[in-house]
Write a protein that binds this ligand. Structure first.
Ligand code: SPV
Ligand code: MN
Length: 626
């Protein structure tokens, strides 16, 4: 390669060059020189933290047509192509050096071959365009949690999205050490249509070079594939956390209010579209994050931060009644980017919005009208199921005041939840930390959803809902989680939740707002203010406590019939689930900590014993007196 400074001087304006040189870090200079030489942009825009620079990014996203304005001031919309509507597991691969092996559950390609492929696709991809450089931080900037990141992209939309989602950190970068590590992301939308939509979907690639903490993404625009700091960085962060003894998790964090004005922080992991964001945003509680959390042990405490500072949320079934907090943000002036909704008369519409929707407009398929069919003859819905909105957390009335606390918050509990129609009760607490990590986290089984391209409605195990992002051996990851509680005086309580349990007729046994009751019950448990019933799979709420909570939280009368239907222990379904979980672990998790199998075996034993005594379906009242 030509001398780094020479390339930079040659390609960058004087202003851009001096902004970049103020960041005195070899890796960054080399990265920028490399990607500039590779992608050949016409010019490079170095975005600092200044109002002016950030506004320029926003304005350019509109000017170049990647975003268009809606009626409400500050609101814009963007479309991704019809085959670019979610995270793409097929196109996402780890670049693995010849000398290393990664779990076979992970999509991968030999590093040299993969690099040649993806760099080939990126070659000259920015000709005629501007490369935007953004300096951002995962976790509060300048804190012990902070991971500095640099994003190079030719998409103003991606750069704008990241502005709402992450903390700007150019100032922090100006103080960075010469050799400090940073995560580097290169993205190009590749060939685009007149409407500024990536079109070369066949050549969509998202390749992760974890040996250099660098990620390449090309021929895609969907946020989950392009915004480096989202799931791409999570994959790198998990490796860094493994080396350094902390945890990077696919979890929301929220502050839940309890008696006497106290607030208790809870975190939770759910696969996409399983209730994570709505749990994070319960009305009356505070939200600290909805997607990615970092945990560290600090002075014997379990402390958590949100890696992000905004929300890239699903906008399906978001209604005024069930989601008042976000509804408000989505309707008042302020910065919001809508992705893949329907637009008519300059207003956005989405599926299940609980309001009248027009019969025609523009959506991800182009001009849309009711009854429009795709190439296979299927109806095209008015908006995509995985339509999204991006907002900064600070736009929410109930944004938690500790969002940017450099020390994070102490966590009282954490929960794991999947989409399980058959087996798991709506809420239960583990017997101890390791039991919860194994039984609810490492056993998380879920029906896949539309947030992953081409895979909906299939049951799969999704370890801690982080399976897609695990770039370390799965057994090591489980062990790290189990070990993490060591040395912590009061580790968080661990809960398992399931909002999707169904009855024999296939009807959900819970209402969508019931999750608020479960969360309030957890809050009480953290402080020892509610009892529980011991059952074979964990500890479940007592009827009387739920009667009070349903009344207080939702103003609802909670019947014994509802309780029995929701909390009956379904022994055959739970035994079958344990079989599937164990099979998965035996086949996919070499070097699994033995405690995984011991815990599963112990639960199996308790289920069988209870079955002998009470039968296949055990009412919680039968266990209450034991
Ligand atoms: C998810 O699907 O888990 C998300 C959105 O949070 S993204 O990963 O960005 O697609
Ligand atoms: Mn997510």
């Amino acid at each position: 390669m030509q001398d780094v400074c020479e390339i930079l001087k040659d390609k960058l304006t004087e202003e851009a060059y001096s902004k970049l040189m103020a960041v005195d870090n070899v890796k960054i200079h080399e990265f920028v020189a490399d990607v500039v030489a590779l992608t050949s942009p016409d010019t490079v825009f170095v975005c600092t933290d200044s109002e002016q620079d950030v506004k320029y990014v926003r304005d350019m996203a509109i000017k170049n047509g990647e975003e268009r304005q809606l009626e409400t001031p500050g609101h814009t919309f963007h479309f991704d192509g019809p085959s670019d509507q979610g995270r793409d597991r097929q196109a996402t691969k780890y670049l693995v050096p010849k000398t290393e092996t990664l779990s076979k559950a992970l999509n991968q390609i030999e590093r040299e071959a993969g690099l040649a492929e993806v760099r080939g696709l990126l070659k000259d991809s920015m000709k005629g365009r501007t490369m935007i450089l953004r300096f951002l931080s995962l976790g509060p900037a300048g804190s012990v949690f902070s991971v500095p990141c640099i994003q190079a992209t030719d998409s103003w939309y991606v750069a704008h999205n990241e502005d709402l989602l992450y903390r700007t950190a150019y100032e922090q970068f100006c103080k960075i050490g010469k050799d400090d590590n940073v995560f580097c992301f290169l993205h190009s939308a590749g060939a685009m249509s007149e409407d500024m939509i990536s079109v070369d979907v066949e050549n969509k690639r998202i390749y992760m070079d974890y040996t250099r903490d660098t990620v390449y993404s090309v021929n895609t625009q969907y946020g989950g594939n392009t915004m480096g700091l989202k799931k791409l960085a999570l994959r790198l962060a998990i490796r860094q956390a493994d080396r350094e003894g902390w945890l990077a998790e696919h979890m929301f964090i929220s502050g839940v209010h309890g008696p006497g004005g106290r607030k208790t922080y809870l975190a939770g992991a759910f696969p996409s579209a399983c209730g994570k964001t709505s749990t994070a945003m319960l009305p009356g509680e505070t939200i600290m994050g909805d997607d990615i959390a970092y945990f560290r042990k600090i002075n014997g405490e379990f402390r958590a931060v949100n890696a992000e500072a905004g929300i890239f949320g699903i906008i399906q079934n978001v209604t005024a009644k069930n989601d008042p907090v976000i509804w408000d943000v989505l309707h008042k002036p302020g910065e919001v980017i809508f992705g893949n909704v329907l637009v008519a008369d300059n207003k956005p519409y989405w599926l299940g919005m609980g309001a009248e929707t027009p019969d025609k407009g523009v959506n991800f398929s182009g001009e849309w009208f009711k009854g429009k069919k795709d190439a296979k003859g299927n109806d095209i819905p008015l908006a995509h199921k995985n339509a999204r909105y991006t907002v900064a957390l600070k736009a929410l009335a109930n944004c938690d005041p500790e969002l940017n606390n450099p020390d994070g918050v102490v966590l009282g509990g954490l929960m794991y939840g999947g989409r399980d129609a058959k087996a798991s009760v709506p809420v239960q607490q583990s017997f101890d930390w390791a039991h919860g990590i194994v039984s609810y986290g490492a056993s998380l089984e879920t029906e896949t959803t539309y947030a992953i391209i081409g895979k909906e409605g299939v049951m799969e195990i999704n370890l801690m809902s982080i399976q897609d992002f695990l770039a370390i051996p799965l057994g090591k990851y489980i062990q790290n989680n189990i070990d993490f509680a060591q040395g912590i005086e009061t580790p968080p309580l661990v809960f398992g939740v399931n909002y999707f349990l169904k009855d024999k007729e296939g009807k959900f046994v819970n209402g969508v707002r019931d999750k608020h009751v479960w969360v309030k019950w957890m809050e009480l448990r953290v402080h020892g203010d509610a009892d529980a019933i011991t059952c074979p799979t964990g500890q479940i709420p007592r009827y009387d406590d739920l009667v009070n909570l349903f009344e207080q939280v939702l103003g609802k009368t909670y019947s014994k019939e509802d309780y029995v239907q929701q909390f009956t222990i379904r022994v055959p379904e739970n035994l079958a689930k344990i079989e599937r979980v164990e099979k998965y672990h035996r086949e996919n998790v070499p070097n699994n900590p033995p405690i995984v199998y011991e815990t599963l075996q112990a639960t199996r034993g308790r289920l069988k014993e209870a079955q002998d005594k009470h039968g296949d379906y055990i009412s919680p009242f039968d266990l209450a007196g034991e």
